[in-house]
Design a binder for this molecule. Structure first.
Ligand code: ADP
Ligand code: MN
Ligand code: MN
Ligand code: MN
Length: 370
């Protein structure tokens, strides 16, 4: 047996080899469980636009995305990023899944979302997502928690500094750098309230880019964590008891909200959101009822609420926004395990208006039937 240090040294010899002009393209897709999967393809040259990238396919019967007798699912490239693992000209390709009969695959919510984003492109809708997540070790124990016991109660861990107050900073730092290299608009990171829970923020991103970049940031996190032997959970309440859940706060603004006087547009958006509270919650992540209890900095699911600087409301208007009279608002309801295409899609549908050929509910129903 060679040691891990020796293995790393051996692998390094091969990573330095000339690729003879070929480019490795890691095709990423979203599977039936909301995880990412990927496989690699050799290209003869680096693409200049996404249209240069060939369509590909995979065996959907192995991922629960197609029946065995008609198993091909097609991968249509929609965006590509620099590959922080292979580096050089190598790329990571985000794809949409399509069925053999020309319809979007059951879990492809991007397709419908993109139509809404395109229809409302002139409103220049920006999003910023705060992705919270929890680290587990290879035995499925919360990462670095005492064996068979619990760490001290919450308090010192949020943005914590020092031994016993913060865990796995190396994983988080590596992920941050990987996102920057890839070209993901990562805007910050912080340690969360529960020990071994962290957050990264992506945004502001306009329209469909928000979902794309969040999915790639999640993919990069899984890849980095894999190297450290750490597991990532996006479950909204990974541990029962007096431990914070995990959300994906969704910050939103339109062009008019960002301009002086934009507060009236924010208020009008909030009254539209209040009317569709239940519909939104259906798309805001599985098991979110375990998290939205009215405790641990959440609002209960029963009724929509909003308030300036109120972290116990469904929607918070940041203090600085209220002061200036324009800016953005934060929807605190989405869970950490959302599909960002469903959430940004219904957000635009509600605040900017529905369009005849796109319906985020139809999308959601397509996923949850059978
Ligand atoms: P919190 O105080 O809720 O923890 P964070 O700093 O974690 O806030 O996240 C704020 C998010 O808001 C960031 O992702 C940022 O990109 C996003 N954001 C800032 N301005 C806007 C805007 N005008 N429209 C949409 N999102 C915005
Ligand atoms: Mn935050
Ligand atoms: Mn947070
Ligand atoms: Mn927040």
């Amino acid at each position: 047996m060679v040691s891990i240090t020796e293995q790393t040294a051996i692998l390094a010899k091969y990573l330095d080899l000339n690729q003879n002009g070929k480019v490795l393209a890691e095709y990423v897709w979203i599977d039936a469980e909301g995880n990412t999967r990927s496989k690699c393809k050799t290209l003869n040259k680096k693409p200049s636009t996404v249209d240069d990238l060939p369509e590909w396919n995979f065996d959907g019967s192995s991922t629960g995305q197609a029946p065995g007798h008609d198993s091909d699912v097609y991968l249509r490239p929609v965006a590509f990023y620099n590959d922080p693992f292979r580096k050089g000209d190598n790329i990571i390709v985000l794809t949409e899944c399509w069925n053999n009969d020309g319809t979007p695959n059951k879990f492809n919510h991007r397709h419908e979302c993109a139509k809404l984003m395109k229809a409302h492109a002139d409103e220049e809708v920006w999003f910023g997502l705060e992705q919270e997540y929890t680290l587990f070790d290879q035995y499925d124990q919360p990462y670095a928690w005492p064996k068979g016991g619990f760490p001290a109660p919450q308090g010192p861990y949020y943005c914590g500094v020092g031994t016993g107050k913060v865990y796995a900073r190396d994983v988080i730092e590596a992920h941050y750098r990987a996102c920057l290299h890839a070209g993901v608009e990562i805007s910050g990171i912080n340690a969360e309230v529960m020990p071994s829970q962290w957050e990264f923020q992506v945004g502001p991103c306009e329209g469909i880019n928000m979902g794309d970049e969040l999915w790639i940031a999640r993919y990069l996190l899984q890849r980095v964590a894999e190297e450290f032997g750490v597991k990532i959970s996006f479950h909204p309440k990974p541990l029962k008891g007096d431990w914070n859940g995990a959300g994906c706060h969704t910050n939103v603004s339109t062009k008019s909200m960002r301009a002086p006087g934009g507060m009236k547009d924010i208020e009008s958006a909030l009254s539209k959101l209040a009317k569709r509270h239940k519909e939104h919650l259906l798309l805001y992540g599985a098991d979110n009822d375990m998290r939205l209890t009215g405790r641990h900095e959440t609002a209960s699911m029963e009724a929509f609420s909003s308030g300036v600087a109120n972290r116990g409301a469904s929607v918070r208007i940041p203090r600085s926004v209220a002061k200036e009279g324009f800016g953005y608002f934060e929807d605190r309801r989405p869970a950490s395990n959302i599909d960002p295409y469903l959430v940004t899609g219904i957000m635009v549908e509600t605040i900017c208006g529905s369009i005849p050929d796109a319906d985020m509910f139809k999308e959601y129903a397509r996923e949850t039937s059978d």
